[in-house]
Design a protein around this ligand. Structure first.
Ligand code: UDP
Ligand code: MN
Length: 834
């Protein structure tokens, strides 16, 4: 005690005082800090509550819509509906944030599989191709003409096979191939179900704020009025374009001097400039980093390499660059990707203009060409790292008679949401459009964007050769092809380029989201969707099998191996594109090119992936809005036949066997010379189609014959036997090869190279060398579900004639078909596809 007192005397006392004072100060400090943290927390909480309330309010306004051609309810990204003339329902809400909470693995079940069970089970597989694309389109008029040869018409009435084929053809008549759109979360305005274009404002849209130069002027665009274009051009380009012009071409900028009315724009430009400066900084820093780590993936590996990349130097978080995040006019029609409607008294106008693009052109023209859309990426994408030294890309848009507002929106979405240093240029390939506004007015409009180049084809080449023309002049290391009616979402580009960077043989595709053709809203699609094909090379979407997702422990942001790309949107290393021989230039206009490039990529050593962190909206149209120089159906069929002949090997029988027998008749169609394509395949030492099916698309059913084994006659209770070039009947014996026959996709009843054929016009039959082009060798045969189930019906004669065993078992005849006649009923040991 004495010792303590001594310490507290003199200088000791001072020291003690200082010590106690500091402790008290520290305590106060901590308390203050705590209070301020609490403040921040409660502020955040408040904001969150407000936001959630807003969302809840919006959600209660929406209801379900069944999308045309789809069994699944549509998930709308828009939480609100804008009416032309009225503003959005809540200002400044960052809708984007709401949607990013995309399901993790657990959510997926709810969002995807339960709703979309039709995608998965084998039995229902036919339904998984929700609606058809190219071929479907091709088949639009096929039902009576070419789906089945005309000769068979009468037979079709009784034959299930023919009916099924017909149904398939009808099913496939819808050109649109939409990915499954998410269900159950938000829905559309109740008005949507009752009236396509209601509810209805009185005035077309909000008056455009002066000062809001870009928005205002762009909104005024009318595909038909060149005057408006000129008017608009006077007001200079968009804020982004100016910015990009400066950033991308600091010296040689060709953009016109800003006009007087740029105050507001200047603000935006400053903001964006900073954004870009930051990007540039990170880019510059990046170049100081050690050389890039090369991460090679095994083919077939489900990528986890983004996380690998995280640990490597020279990476940054995907740039959230989006100059439309704070749009100039939050009240604009369709702003934030919301559904928009026009007044019912404008219905006629909507209808009138529909055919210009086969979507709501009238409405599209009222929506800002640089509208904001919600950031629909899975949440974790924001955290993903990409390399600092990604290759830059040329974006290629081909178009023929594209609607003005959608073409511009496509271009602006690229300019607005791509890191400038990664965008070498935008190439617009005009495939000999006939619309005047796509000529001089487009040149003038685009002239202020130094990155945009327009090339014009002197005659109509079609999408495939137009893309080749764009690729031929592209300067970027990577080619990115996009359709001309799309909207690129935030952060869309880097994740694509990252995949090419990691492996130049990777061909990444963004998730294609749906921009409604009716109300122009931006809609989310289901997770884990990939592009597939069904016979006869019909493109569709299907969810990854659940076991596959589990087995590979996939999350919703992992790249998805994609057997067939949809075709319109993808990035590819330019050199690799040419190494692959690019597209078959013999493909005309539209259709089948996605099959061609997909098979080529996979079979010749590459990979196609869908990258969930890259999202691009696309307007799926019910019909091609442009004309085909030749018959549309024949064009697509011819393209597909070229693809089948070059890539499908023995599986091409499945293609022809699914309603395309008529393409085997060289008189019907000339598919052109294939020598170069076949040579290319040899030169590249590409793998077989069998390999592709087994390794890339193992869940595809592709039996090489429809039925095989013994051919049992029900009346005679014996089996068909072929010995020394003559047919007879014997007691059935599986061990005897002479009793084994195939019933093929060509509808041949064959053993080795010999086919059973009716002879002449009488009731005889003969054995002939099989020949796919000869219709007289084809027999209809169904195992069940038809009045003439189990009959073998010849296609050769106009009236129904069936193969019949003589009661003595010593003869075979062709007789008029009788459903109950058991001597006309034949059964194969195994059926694979009936
Ligand atoms: N396209 C073209 N020339 C043609 C056909 C199509 O340049 O002969 C363009 C078209 O304008 C679009 C792209 O190619 O930008 C893809 O065509 P479309 O959108 O009709 O295909 P879909 O999306 O329906 O498969
Ligand atoms: Mn398209």
């Amino acid at each position: 005690m004495m010792k303590v007192r001594r310490y507290l005397r003199g200088s000791g006392r001072v020291l003690a005082f200082v010590f106690i004072a500091s402790v008290i100060w520290l305590l106060f400090d901590m308390a203050a800090l705590r209070i301020s943290i609490n403040d921040v927390n409660s502020q955040l909480l408040k904001e969150q509550v407000i936001r959630e309330r807003e969302v809840f309010k919006q959600q209660s306004r929406v209801t379900q819509l069944m999308k045309r051609g789809f069994k699944n309810p549509v998930q709308r990204v828009d939480l609100a509906v804008t009416q032309a003339g009225k503003g959005p329902l809540s200002l400044g809400i960052r809708l984007a944030q709401v949607y990013r909470q995309g399901g993790r693995k657990e959510d997926k079940k709810e969002n995807s599989f339960e709703q979309r069970g039709d995608n998965l089970p084998k039995a229902d597989r036919s339904k998984s191709v929700a609606s058809k694309h190219q071929q479907g389109a091709a088949l639009q008029n096929v039902t009576s003409k070419h789906g089945v040869p005309a000769k068979k018409k009468a037979v079709n009435l009784d034959l299930n096979e023919a009916k099924l084929e017909k149904n398939r053809v009808i099913d496939s008549s819808n050109k649109v191939t939409l990915p499954a759109v998410l269900s159950n979360k938000t829905q559309v305005s109740p008005g949507a179900q009752k009236n396509k274009y209601a509810p209805l404002p009185t005035s077309k849209k909000e008056p455009i704020k002066t000062g809001d130069a870009v928005q205002g002027t762009l909104d005024k665009m009318d595909s038909k009025t060149n005057e408006k274009v000129k008017d608009e051009l006077r007001k200079t380009g968009t804020k982004v374009s100016q910015l990009q012009a400066k950033e991308a071409h600091p010296v040689k900028t060709t953009s016109k001097p800003p006009n007087k009315d740029v105050k507001e724009k200047d603000v935006n430009i400053d903001k964006e400039k900073k954004q870009v400066e930051n990007i540039d900084k990170s880019h510059k820093n990046a170049t100081k980093e050690p050389p890039k780590p090369v991460i090679k993936l095994q083919a077939g590996e489900v990528s986890k390499d983004n996380s690998t990349a995280v640990r490597k130097p020279g990476v940054h978080k995907v740039l959230p660059l989006d100059v439309t995040l704070t749009p100039r006019d939050v009240n604009a029609v369709g702003q934030f990707g919301q559904a928009a409607f026009v007044a019912s008294n404008e219905d006629a106008e909507v209808r009138k203009r529909w055919d210009e693009g086969h979507f709501n052109v009238y409405l599209s023209d009222q929506i800002p060409v640089d509208r904001a859309i919600p950031d629909t990426r899975p949440e974790m994408c924001v955290q993903n790292l990409v390399h600092n030294d990604l290759p830059s890309t040329s974006v290629i848009f081909c178009f023929v008679d594209e609607v003005w507002s959608t073409l511009l929106r496509s271009v602006h979405s690229v300019l607005n949401r791509s890191p400038p240093h990664l965008l070498t240029e935008i190439i617009l390939v005009d495939d000999f459009s006939s619309k005047d506004y796509l000529k001089k007015p487009l040149d003038e409009y685009m002239s202020r964007f130094p990155k945009v180049r327009i090339i014009r084809l002197k005659e109509r080449q079609g999408l495939i050769r137009a893309r080749l023309a764009g690729a031929a002049v592209a300067k970027g290391e990577v080619l990115t092809f996009l359709d001309s009616h799309i909207e690129c979402n935030v952060g869309w580009l880097e994740p694509l380029l990252e995949r090419v960077y990691l492996d130049r043989k990777k061909v990444p595709c963004p998730v294609i989201e749906v921009i409604s053709d009716k109300d122009m809203s931006y809609m989310l699609v289901d997770n884990f969707q990939r592009g597939i094909f069904k016979w006869p090379l019909v493109f569709g979407w299907s969810a990854l099998p659940e076991e596959y997702i589990k087995k590979n422990n996939m999350t919703i942001s992992d790249p998805i191996r994609c057997p067939v790309m949809a075709g319109g949107l993808f990035s590819i290393d330019k050199k690799y594109f040419y190494e692959l021989g690019a597209y078959d230039p013999g493909l005309d206009v539209w259709g089948g090119e996605n099959m061609e490039i997909s098979f080529k990529i996979w079979m010749c050593g590459g990979e196609i992936e869908i990258i969930p962190c890259s999202r691009v909206g696309h307007i799926f149209r019910g019909q091609n809005p442009y004309k085909f120089p030749k018959d549309r159906q024949k064009t697509v069929e011819r393209n597909l036949a070229r693809v089948a002949e070059v890539w499908l090997d023995e599986y091409k029988d499945l293609f022809y066997g699914h309603g395309y027998h008529h393409l085997l008749d060289k008189k019907v169609i000339d598919i052109g010379n294939l020598t170069e394509q076949i040579e290319l395949r040899k030169r590249l030492k590409c793998k077989s189609f069998k390999w592709y099916l087994e390794n890339v698309y193992p869940d595809m059913d592709a039996p090489l014959v429809k039925a095989e084994g013994l051919v049992f006659n029900r009346g005679l209770r014996k089996c068909l036997n072929l010995r020394k070039s003559s047919l007879s009947f014997e007691i059935c014996d599986l061990s005897k090869q002479s009793q084994h026959f195939n019933y093929t996709w060509m509808r041949h009843l064959r053993q080795q190279s010999l086919c059973v054929a009716p002879q002449g016009k009488g009731n005889g039959f003969a054995l002939q060398l099989c020949d796919n082009t000869k219709p007289e060798l084809r027999w209809f045969h169904k195992s069940s579900n038809s009045a003439l189930a189990e009959h073998l019906i010849t296609e050769f004669v106009s009236h129904h004639m069936c193969l019949e065993a003589g009661p003595q078992g010593d003869s075979l005849h062709l007789n008029p078909c009788v459903p109950s006649n058991t001597f006309q009923k034949w059964q194969f040991t195994h059926y694979h596809a009936l």
